[in-house]
Design a protein around this ligand. Sequence first.
Ligand code: AMP
Ligand code: MG
Length: 421
Amino acid sequence: MTGQAIAMLPVNEAESIILNLVQPLRERDAEVVDLSAGAGRILAEPVTSQLDFPHWDNSAMDGYAVRFADIQNCDQQQPAVLEIVEEIPAGYQPQRTILSGQAARIFTGAVMPPGADTVVMQENTKREGNRVLILQVSEPKTFVRRRAAFYQAGTTLLPPGIRLSAPDVAVLAAAQCSQLSVYRRPRVAILSTGDELVTVDQPLQPGQIVDSNQYALAAFVAQLGGIPQALGIVRDDQEQLQEAIAQAITTADVVLSTGGVSVGDYDYVDQILSNLGAEIHIRSVAVKPGKPLTVATFSTAQSSVLYFGLPGNPVSALVSCWRFVQPALKKLAGLADGWKPRFIKARSRHDLRCGGTRETYLWGQLHLIDGAYEFSLAGGNHSSGNLINLAQTTGLAVVPVGQTLISAGESVQVLPVGLTN
Ligand code: AMP
Ligand code: MG
């Protein structure tokens, strides 16, 4: 396919081509980590409990452990009077069996003593020295958490392909899973092309600009749980770019390059990619911003590297990342689902205007007001070179091909982006 003309693709076609190219990480890409480093990682194997939970019958209340048969006929007028034979705080093993006429003082989480089958909460009792008066009858087995009531040993606690959250980590800790098999984090090489670019700490000479894409893309990759490999700035020089891409594909799962893919540069990038044995799948997408988008793969018997040639404009580069790279990275990372973009229906607070020939993404903020989403367009100029109003973006409103206006008050599809995602 390399070298042939490839038409400007509709956005959804480009999305499915990209997602079909992604080969998710597999078992051989798993690594073992301590539970304390597990949050945010993606499980590579199901986790099965070796333990029942609760581990033993225990009390759900502060009160008294009793035999139900002893209290079943009691009330305020005729309390059951029981002898307290033991006190069982949480963490202690009961020493006595509760016989008829006896009770044990017990606390929440403490092990039920043998012989007792019910807990009476202390609010329904009266203490008199070494005896307790039970003033109110409960149901049999009340306030006893039975061993294995929540799950039994052998139960699958968590399936593979989920990103571990705080409660997931709690479940694993309770089951004494101190080490986990998770997928390694995807390695994403980032390189910026352009003779005008300098790093953030270099003084600017006339005509130069800071390579903000390097920092933006590294932040984007890190936020998604990937490992950014910042390869720096490459001059607009075919040999240097070829060398940089050749190096990137030796270690990375995904390569993101920015700049150098706009019209006159096609043959140049094509040539480099084909010299290195890539197959080009996409060269241009009918999207605004972000039209020049090259997607290629480098495949060997062992691995496949996905290459995204993104536009140089900082806004276009990030919008392309959110729309196309993010789902690919999530799928590659091993997530079982949830990697497809999810759009939210929102009411637009502003008129949304565009040319109508390409699917247009307008950046701004999503707000949740009384349970309904609203979208406000970022103020200022919506040109793809204007980075300032992209700051704090939480949503991209989509205007479909063929439409030139979504009026204020109408509903619009919005892609949530940034930290909300
Ligand atoms: P290009 O895609 O190389 O034609 O670049 C388009 C525009 O984006 C130009 O104004 C570039 O100066 C700017 N640009 C390209 N690469 C970067 C970068 N890494 N960081 C910030 N701006 C860039
Ligand atoms: Mg350039």
